[in-house]
Design a protein around this ligand. Structure first.
Ligand code: AMP
Length: 565
């Protein structure tokens, strides 16, 4: 082979060893090192806690979860927007060796039922409501048995593995335990058991499941270990050079790696303060939090930064405390990056690239990379991670050539929960995770993400997998055939569009189809544009040509093609 540098392979050589420990151990360390310093600020709940207090509340909750009869390895769902209870649950489940299952706050009945049953959750910790979702009402619809059940004794026909429901807030609900009561359940025996677990639990144990949909339909439960996410959080923080003197504003959702790993765990492993500006994203509350809390770092997907920069009151906020942060999750427009540097004072802002299955980050720019590189690429490979770019025959391509990005190393998930087949499709025999992203590596190892092998649509940072929406639409009694794809959109980056062929003799309009979706699937998966057609553009071999539909819709809607690749 020629000089290796000519090929698209990079390895993140590092002098800093991996942290081979559990998250419980990492929290002990944080409590020891930064005891009285502020660990977390939750503005909408008026909560402030030191590391010492966060450690104590975590221990009490973890012991309480054991007192409920939960055992290491059991799955515990959490269905809530950003709040202190989310963070406590993340840390307490890891401390007790329970596997936390992140449930998207936008899920509706159909998706919730699938997620809880797929991984067999024994307990679910839930908010009472969020935005247009009444969680308790949805759960009572799914499990009417709740109304007559003693907490912890649920036997529900549609949720056969679920025993415990725990709700946030003070109000009592039949069949539910209140969150604050859990921490009071433990006695000496559970505290002893918890102490023993500190020794028993292993860094490679799984402690988190996050759902990510595939092109083949139903969501897959990416299963991550302590080592996976603790290290990724640590190295993400190191790339921003954060320390205990930093304060990180986290407006991104905690149910996704961006919030719970790149946010929570980077703060935990560097002693920085976590600041949640609100339960869901709000540009004004984010700007307020940064200014009033004197945050030094800020996270966001590109659309969030755009919303902040374009807010009519933007100029009124003193953002001069900001230094760094991360823009990630979708292609980051260069102009937006430049404005973030100049107008938000984030001179050391970084771009990160990754996916849930790789804990998530594989590439991140460094704070000292030249601005041009920092705003135009996703940076260089992360410490201890290997990446190669391959062609359709799985052969490495030369530097500068496009191909599929593959990742290997500590960060690759254990697999998709209870799905060896789709795990084997994603992670090959040599341990490479096939990301489905198209990328180019330059001679210096900087990476550009240029498109997606898969057809995923990213709407305002939310990933939408057309196949999942298609399969759902197929269940509509009037739908004969359907094809879902993304069209460019100035607000969300992309919007979802469905082309539908109705059954012979059937009649329906756009509103009917959207209304039917609205109650059954998350709002962001409801197609914004619906068109009724007689046929789809096809190749001679019978494959639907989504790019043709995308072009036609873009012309019809009067928008330019903005997608990369
Ligand atoms: P998720 O598993 O939700 O984190 O989504 C992962 C996908 O988001 C990746 O496979 C990419 O397609 C996309 N993505 C993440 N970060 C970036 C980025 N910085 N630039 C372009 N695409 C990105």
């Amino acid at each position: 082979m020629d000089s290796p540098a000519q090929y698209s392979y990079v390895h993140g050589v590092s002098d800093t060893p991996l942290r081979y420990q559990t998250i419980g151990r990492a929290l002990d360390e944080a409590v020891r090192r930064w005891a009285g310093r502020e660990a977390v600020v939750v503005r909408h709940q008026n909560v402030r806690m030191s590391w010492h207090e966060l450690g104590a509340r975590t221990e009490a909750l973890a012991a309480g979860l054991l007192a409920m009869g939960l055992e290491p390895g059991d799955r515990v769902g959490v269905w809530a927007p950003n709040c202190i209870e989310w963070l406590l649950t993340q840390l307490a489940t890891a401390r007790a060796g329970l596997i936390q299952v992140n449930i998207n706050p936008a899920y509706r009945v159909h998706e919730l039922e699938y997620a809880l049953n797929k991984v067999g959750c024994r307990a679910l910790i839930t908010a009472s409501r969020f935005k247009s979702s009444d969680y308790i009402e949805m759960l009572r619809r799914l499990a009417p048995e709740l109304d007559a059940c003693v907490p912890g004794r649920l036997t529900a026909a549609r949720l056969p593995r679920l025993e415990w429901l725990v709700r946030l807030g003070e109000d009592p609900t039949p069949g539910f335990l209140n969150f604050d009561a859990v921490a009071t359940l433990a006695g000496a025996a559970q505290r002893q058991r918890l102490a023993a677990l500190g020794e028993e639990l292993q860094p490679d144990d799984p402690i988190n499941i996050q759902f990510t949909s595939g092109t083949t339909g139903s969501p897959k439960g990416a299963t991550l270990t302590h080592v996976n996410i603790l290290n990724n959080g640590y190295f993400v923080g190191a790339a921003m050079r954060i320390t205990e003197h930093d304060r990180l504003c986290i407006p991104v959702p905690l149910y996704h790696c961006f919030g719970m790993v790149m946010g929570n765990l980077s703060c935990l492993s560097h002693g920085a303060t976590i600041v949640y500006p609100n339960d869901g994203f709000d540009p004004l509350l984010t700007l307020e939090a940064v200014a009033q809390e004197r945050c030094t770092a800020l996270f966001g997907v590109p659309t969030m930064f755009i919303a902040e920069l374009e807010h009519p009151r933007f100029a009124q906020f003193d953002l001069s405390s900001l230094r760094t942060g991360i823009m990630a999750g979708a292609p980051c427009p260069m102009e937006v990056m430049k404005r973030v540097v100049h107008e938000m004072h984030m001179t050391e802002v970084t771009i990160a690239y990754g996916m849930t299955e790789t804990s998530p980050v594989s590439f991140q720019s460094g704070t000292t990379d030249p601005l041009e590189r920092r705003v135009s690429t996703v940076g260089r490979v992360h410490p201890h991670v290997e990446v190669k770019i391959v062609d359709e025959s799985a052969r490495m391509v030369p530097r500068g050539c496009r191909g599929e990005l593959l990742t290997r190393g500590y960060s690759v998930m254990r697999g998709y929960w209870d799905d060896p087949e789709r795990t084997a499709e994603a992670i090959d025999a040599a341990g490479w995770m096939h990301t489905g992203d198209l990328a180019v590596l330059d001679a210096d190892g900087y990476c550009n993400i240029v498109g997606r092998v898969k057809d995923m649509v990213i709407r305002g940072g939310e990933n939408i997998y057309p196949r999942e929406v298609e399969e759902f639409l197929y269940t509509h009694p009037k739908v004969q055939d359907v094809s879902v794809f993304g069209v460019p959109d100035s607000k969300y980056g992309e919007e979802l569009c469905a082309w539908v062929r109705l059954k012979p003799g059937a009649a329906a309009d756009e509103d009917e189809l959207k209304a039917w979706c609205r109650d059954r699937i998350a709002h962001y998966k409801v197609p914004r544009h619906v068109r009724f057609v007689d046929e789809f553009p096809m190749t001679v071999t019978g494959k639907i040509q989504k790019f043709v539909m995308r072009e036609r819709m873009s012309t019809e809607l009067g928008i330019g093609e903005q997608r990369s690749a």
